[in-house]
Design a protein around this ligand. Structure first.
Ligand SMILES: Cc1cc2nc3c(=O)[nH]c(=O)nc-3n(C[C@H](O)[C@H](O)[C@H](O)COP(=O)(O)OP(=O)(O)OC[C@H]3O[C@@H](n4cnc5c(N)ncnc54)[C@H](O)[C@@H]3O)c2cc1C
Ligand SMILES: *[C@@H]1O[C@H](CO)[C@@H](O)[C@H](O)[C@H]1NC(C)=O
Ligand SMILES: *[C@@H]1O[C@H](CO)[C@@H](O)[C@H](O)[C@H]1NC(C)=O
Ligand SMILES: *[C@@H]1O[C@H](CO)[C@@H](O)[C@H](O)[C@H]1NC(C)=O
Ligand SMILES: *[C@@H]1O[C@H](CO)[C@@H](O)[C@H](O)[C@H]1NC(C)=O
Ligand SMILES: *[C@@H]1O[C@H](CO)[C@@H](O)[C@H](O)[C@H]1NC(C)=O
Ligand SMILES: *[C@@H]1O[C@H](CO)[C@@H](O)[C@H](O)[C@H]1NC(C)=O
Ligand SMILES: *[C@@H]1O[C@H](CO)[C@@H](O)[C@H](O)[C@H]1NC(C)=O
Ligand SMILES: *[C@@H]1O[C@H](CO)[C@@H](O)[C@H](O)[C@H]1NC(C)=O
Length: 402
């Protein structure tokens, strides 16, 4: 009798436990997503996740690919902004959302767990502090590193009058005396990329004007020799020994509301023969690049060429379910800030809707199925403890009173 009464009180409280849906996530982890890298791609993914209140941690080691450049261009509404300002403004706004942590640190390892249903992420924070987190999804936004040739003066002046992308810095050096610095075949095709901006062009091919390379070039661009003659473009085949800055074209006092200002740099190129140096205002170059970080590959992510293979039909997921790759690092093979934004956003949407919440819904529906089993057990308990004839008898079904 006492037992029965207690049981009835418990039952009055029970509906909150038994009737309300158990909206448990499919997997328990500290974060819905950890974004590795805080360049434009990582920031875009983090923003997209923050806006829908995903618990997201962005860990960034702060070695941005375009750190060396004076201004970033072809970013709508922010054309000519400094890269640091662009990141600062983004971080400031994103950190206003309640479910986001933005931290400085270097991820050292991503360990897939339980058939990729969640991941352990190990990182080093400043001051040699080791940390580790669990997360349901991982977004690799780790970027690329440019491999600069060893020629003296190249690394020192990289991004400041020596650039690799017409959209990035070409307009600032329009109509100036330009050098193209690349292997013969690439130097020749680069002429077509830059011809709307520059006419006075010398190709610095650094010893690659060989019969074999001419053959490769003819295969890529039939008639190239005639084309260079028509445009009066000269090939300089001597081996470079140094590039020295004679004038700095930075424009620190130019009107920041305008997207583009001419940058009048001047460089002297010396050669190993120590004869006849050449002056040029700017260089348009083609150098190789590599993955900045190995954490993706070490976790088992496959490469296409030297890029993290990402499936654009699957929100840029890699071969490892739950690990995504965005920005310069991925196999879209597009390396600019608009792509970094696009790909970050694409993964954020996919991760939020198609992955995490879909998995949650499956788990919740399955849990609701289990609840029926629970109700059966409860009905049996009710019948056992709420016998007909007892004065506290409350009906045959435990839920009849509601
Ligand atoms: C000189 C130069 C000028 C450029 N100018 C322009 C321009 O004007 N306009 C334009 O659209 N594009 C420009 N680009 C291209 C642009 O820089 C890239 O497309 C863009 O930076 C890609 O963004 P991302 O986020 O993928 O990579 P990144 O910006 O390189 O960011 C990657 C981030 O990941 C971090 N990271 C890497 N590994 C780890 C790890 N293990 N743990 C934690 N963090 C990690 C890095 O430290 C870095 O902060 C330029 C590039 C160069 C080289
Ligand atoms: C993170 O690093 C940036 C420079 O990359 C620095 O300005 C900032 O103060 C650092 N933040 C913390 C919390 O260490
Ligand atoms: C692992 O996950 C994949 C889906 O990502 C699934 O097809 C496979 O059956 C799972 N393996 C095990 C052992 O659960
Ligand atoms: C961090 O560890 C490295 C070696 O792993 C050491 O060289 C460095 O001095 C340490 N820095 C600090 C701040 O303890
Ligand atoms: C030019 O070639 C020399 C010799 O092969 C090499 O050391 C140097 O890095 C090259 N420089 C450039 C800009 O390609
Ligand atoms: C270009 O330089 C390379 C390396 O020094 C040399 O082998 C080649 O013959 C040169 N080409 C021409 C056209 O002089
Ligand atoms: C140039 O390429 C052609 C094929 O396009 C080949 O037959 C020829 O042997 C090549 N010559 C040299 C010097 O590499
Ligand atoms: C380049 O060559 C000139 C002379 O031709 C010389 O004065 C200068 O010191 C050289 N620069 C370098 C970096 O060697
Ligand atoms: C990117 O380049 C790699 C080769 O380096 C290739 O395998 C991959 O298919 C390319 N991706 C796209 C989208 O073209």
């Amino acid at each position: 009798m006492i037992v029965t009464s207690i049981f009835r009180i418990w039952l009055l409280l029970a509906p909150t436990v038994y009737s309300a849906p158990f909206l448990e996530p499919a997997v328990q982890a500290e974060y819905d997503a950890i974004v590795i890298g805080g360049g434009p791609a990582g920031l875009a993914a983090t923003s997209g996740l923050a806006r829908v209140r995903r618990n997201v941690l962005m860990i960034d080691s702060g070695e941005y690919r375009n750190d060396a450049t004076r201004h970033a261009h072809d970013i709508l509404g922010f054309d000519g902004v400094t890269p640091a300002w662009l990141r600062f403004a983004a971080r400031k706004q994103i950190s206003d959302y309640g479910t986001v942590d933005l931290v400085n640190g270097t991820v050292t390892e991503v360990q897939p767990q339980n058939n990729n249903t969640f991941f352990k992420v190990l990182a080093e924070y400043p001051g040699n502090k080791s940390v580790s987190f669990t997360t349901r999804k991982v977004v690799l936004a780790t970027g690329l590193r440019d491999i600069l040739p060893s020629t003296t003066g190249l690394a020192e002046n990289w991004g400041k009058g020596i650039y690799w992308c017409p959209w990035c810095d070409g307009h600032e050096h329009a109509d100036q005396e330009l050098g193209i610095l690349a292997h013969l075949d690439s130097a020749v095709t680069s002429v077509r990329e830059i011809l709307t901006l520059n006419k006075d062009i010398i190709l610095f091919v650094n010893g690659t004007d060989t019969p074999a390379n001419r053959n490769i070039t003819e295969g890529k661009f039939p008639g190239w020799e005639k084309y260079l003659k028509l445009l009066n473009v000269k090939i300089e085949n001597r081996t470079l020994s140094s590039i020295t800055r004679l004038r700095d074209g930075a424009t620190p006092f130019a009107d920041p509301s305008l997207p583009s200002h001419p940058e009048h740099d001047l460089f002297q190129v010396n050669f190993t023969d120590n004869k006849n140096p050449i002056l040029r205002n700017a260089f348009f170059v083609d150098f190789p690049s590599e993955q900045k970080s190995k954490v993706g590959q070490n976790a088992g992510v496959q490469l296409y060429g030297n890029k993290l293979a990402a499936d654009s039909a699957g929100g840029l997921v890699t071969n490892i379910p739950g690990i995504f790759a965005i920005g310069d690092a991925n196999s879209d093979n597009v390396t600019n800030i608009p792509h970094a934004y696009f790909s970050g956003k694409r993964t954020a949407v996919f991760l939020h809707v198609v992955q995490v919440e879909r998995e949650n819904s499956f788990a919740q529906i399955a849990a609701a199925g289990k609840r029926d089993v629970g109700e059966d057990e409860l009905q049996q308990l009710w019948a056992r403890m709420n016998e007909p004839g007892d004065i506290t008898h409350a009906g045959d079904r435990f839920d009849a009173q509601y």
